[in-house]
Design a protein around this ligand. Structure first.
Ligand code: 5RP
Length: 218
C-alpha cells in the first residue's frame, strides 16, 4: 500500500470513534481529508463538526456536514486529526499545514484525541520534522535568536499567513526529549501564539497505518 492508501485506511478506521448524533472535532491535513470523505461516504449522521481550519470547513460543507462554531459547543467527545510526528506516548509535532493553533483549540474541547497517521509518522524522539511555531510577525527575529540558543534553526515559512493572521516559523535541529517541558517553555516566549508540540493535548489513541493494516496504539 502506498502512503495515500494508508491515509485512506486510517481515515476509514477513525469512523469507529464517531458516534451518530454527536458533534465531532475535525483536524486538518491530507489524512483528515480522507477521514472527512470516509465520514461522508459512511452515511453516519453526525450532529455536526467543529473544524480546525478553513480547508477542513470547506471540505465538510462540500459534503453537506454542518460546521459549528467552536464557541457554540461546550465539549466534544472526540477530536480526530493527523500529525507530522507522533511518539510511543502519544506526544506529537503538528502544524505542517499551518493549522496548529485552531487544532489545539479544538483538541482542548475534546475528551479524546484520536490521531490518524501512516507509519512513517512514528518516531522515537520528536524533532526531526521541522517544528512549526505560529508567531506574531514582529517577534520573528527575536524568536529566531531564542531558538538558536536551543540549537535550532528557525526559518520563516514563505508566503504563509495562517487562518488567524499569524506567521509560521519552522525550526530544524531540535531533539525534543521532554515534550511537556518543552511545550510549556516555548509557550512562555513573547510572540509565540502556539508551538506545534502537542504534549498537554497528546493523542490518547493513535491509529497507525502500515503494511499489516491499522495498528491501534493507546
Ligand atoms: C496541519 C497538521 C496536520 O495534521 C499534519 O501536518 C499532518 O498532515 P497530513 O495528514 O497531510 O500528513 O498538523 O496543521
Amino acid at each position: 500500500m502506498n502512503q495515500d492508501q494508508l491515509k485512506q485506511l486510517v481515515g476509514r478506521a477513525a469512523l469507529d470513534y464517531v458516534t451518530p448524533g454527536q458533534i465531532v472535532g475535525v483536524g486538518t491535513g491530507s489524512t483528515v481529508d480522507c477521514f472527512i470523505d470516509a465520514l461522508a461516504a459512511s452515511g453516519i449522521q453526525v450532529a455536526g463538526a467543529v473544524s480546525s481550519s478553513e480547508r477542513s470547513t470547506q471540505r465538510l460543507q462540500k459534503h453537506g456536514i454542518p460546521v459549528l462554531d467552536a464557541a457554540a459547543v461546550t465539549g466534544l467527545t472526540v477530536y480526530i486529526d493527523g500529525a507530522d510526528e507522533i511518539d510511543g506516548q502519544g506526544f506529537m509535532v503538528k502544524g505542517g499545514g499551518a493549522a496548529l493553533t485552531r487544532e489545539k483549540i479544538v483538541a482542548d474541547l475534546a475528551d479524546k484525541f484520536v490521531c490518524i497517521a501512516d507509519a512513517s509518522k512514528l518516531v522515537a524522539t520528536l524533532g526531526k520534522f521541522p517544528l512549526p511555531v505560529e508567531i506574531i510577525p514582529m517577534a520573528a527575529a527575536q524568536l529566531t535568536r531564542r531558538f538558536a540558543k536551543l540549537g535550532g534553526t528557525a526559518t520563516l515559512r514563505a508566503g504563509v499567513v495562517t487562518d488567524n493572521g499569524g506567521h509560521i516559523l519552522d525550526v530544524t535541529g531540535l531533539s525534543i526529549s521532554d515534550p511537556l517541558a518543552f511545550e510549556a517553555e516555548i509557550n512562555q516566549w513573547p510572540g509565540v501564539v502556539t508551538v506545534g508540540v502537542f504534549a498537554r493535548h497528546k493523542a490518547q489513541v493513535c491509529l497507525l497505518g502500515g503494511a499489516e493494516g491499522v495498528k491501534t496504539l493507546t
